[in-house]
Design a binder for this molecule. Structure first.
Ligand code: GLA
Length: 370
């Protein structure tokens, strides 16, 4: 059962709103979540529509105020930076990277290798050597371009998929066809060589808790990590995407999640929350009740994650409901049956903070310092 009590939450949210003086302090010098988290040694930030950062005043101000970490989105996927082999396109990646540094923030790259964003020409390469060389060159050039000034890289995104039927639990993809499972080792080694200072992350969905479809996903992840360790492959951290759903709150198993974090910490790994947001499909139409549901689970989840000394960063997949892939309806199963727009992120479409914003602020304030 969730240990959350809605009445306590509302009282906390109201007093947090009053204390933070958030509404009154909307200028860039106001304290944001990034500052509150930083006081505990935690990086807070978000994915952003990079192209809007220099065009939309209130949007830019929100990112400048709230984030200490800025995460690239579409700009640095392989198919975006190398649409034709050896023809590099870094204009958009450079723009978000430069905005980040100009505003005194840390940059986090997403993602060097992802099966969904391979350039079309990759599948047409003939021979394993050509595919390996293309992969390594891409990583050397991309991670090398921002080397020394990047906090972390998602080196590989979503490498596991149990229904594909492999004994190692790895996903069948063009990478697997062209190179084999060694593509993972190659990718991490190339990233380390290109940017020795960046935290190298394997980013995964549905590793927070067992799911009906893939109950053994986390074990497959541990097996992969143990293989990396045995082969001296440089991996530093695991990214928990954390696309949560309010319908899961009642079954949220805090002990299970804490055990997973410990298993990773025992292996010397750090943990990042990398894409947090929340599907509110199972919550009421009433906005206040729905926002309270989202905030409640978000807070319970964060409390467990922040209690682990391995947790170093919290990243949301956007700050405003306006930007979210959930609101956009990318996955039909995330749409609401009442037809109302989902409310998955800390700010509404008018950039007003919602209860989940204050729940996050409280969670950071209560987190142990690291
Ligand atoms: C995944 C990916 C992200 C993004 C989100 C939602 O989790 O890692 O790059 O596409 O889905 O859009």
């Amino acid at each position: 059962m969730p240990r959350f009590d809605r009445r306590t939450f509302l009282a906390t949210a109201v007093s947090a709103a009053a204390c933070s003086g958030f509404a009154a302090k909307s200028s860039a010098d106001a304290t944001g979540l990034g500052d509150i988290a930083a006081a505990k040694g935690i990086w807070f930030g978000s994915w952003t529509r990079g192209s809007s950062l220099d065009q939309d005043g209130p949007y830019t101000a929100m990112y400048a105020r709230e984030c200490r970490l800025i995460v690239s989105g579409l700009e640095l996927h392989w198919d975006a930076v190398e649409p034709q082999q050896n023809a590099k396109e870094f204009a958009e990646g450079d723009a978000i990277f430069n905005w980040t540094l100009r505003h005194g923030k840390k940059f986090r790259g997403h993602a060097l290798v992802w099966h969904e964003r391979l350039p079309k020409w990759f599948a047409g390469l003939s021979g394993r050597a050509a595919a390996e060389s293309a992969l390594v060159t891409h990583i050397r050039v991309t991670a090398g371009r921002y080397a020394g000034k990047t906090y972390s890289w998602d080196v590989v995104n979503e490498a596991i998929r149990l229904p594909d039927g492999r004994a190692d639990g790895l996903r069948n993809s063009k990478l697997m066809e062209q190179i084999g499972p060694e593509y993972l080792d190659l990718a991490f080694q190339a990233a380390r060589e290109a940017d020795p200072g960046a935290l190298l992350v394997l980013n995964e969905y549905d590793i927070e808790l067992p799911t009906e479809d893939e109950p053994d996903r986390f074990q497959a992840l541990l097996n992969l990590v143990d293989g990396f360790k045995a082969r001296n492959v440089p991996i530093d951290a695991i990214g928990f995407q954390s696309h949560l759903q309010t319908k899961e709150h009642s079954a949220f198993d805090q002990g299970e999640l804490a055990g997973r974090l410990k298993a990773l910490a025992d292996r010397g790994l750090k943990v990042l929350i990398t894409e947090m947001d929340m599907v509110d499909r199972a919550s009421p139409s009433d906005v206040a009740a729905r926002d309270a549901d989202v905030a409640a689970y978000w807070r319970d989840y964060l409390d467990v994650m922040l209690a682990s000394p391995a947790l170093v960063a919290v990243v949301t997949w956007g700050l405003t409901d306006k930007d979210s892939w959930i609101t956009r309806g990318d996955l039909p199963e995330f749409k609401r049956s009442d037809g109302l727009p989902p409310r998955p992120l800390p700010f509404d479409t008018e950039y007003r903070p919602k209860p989940v914003y204050f729940a996050m602020a409280e969670a950071f304030k209560n987190a142990p310092k690291r």
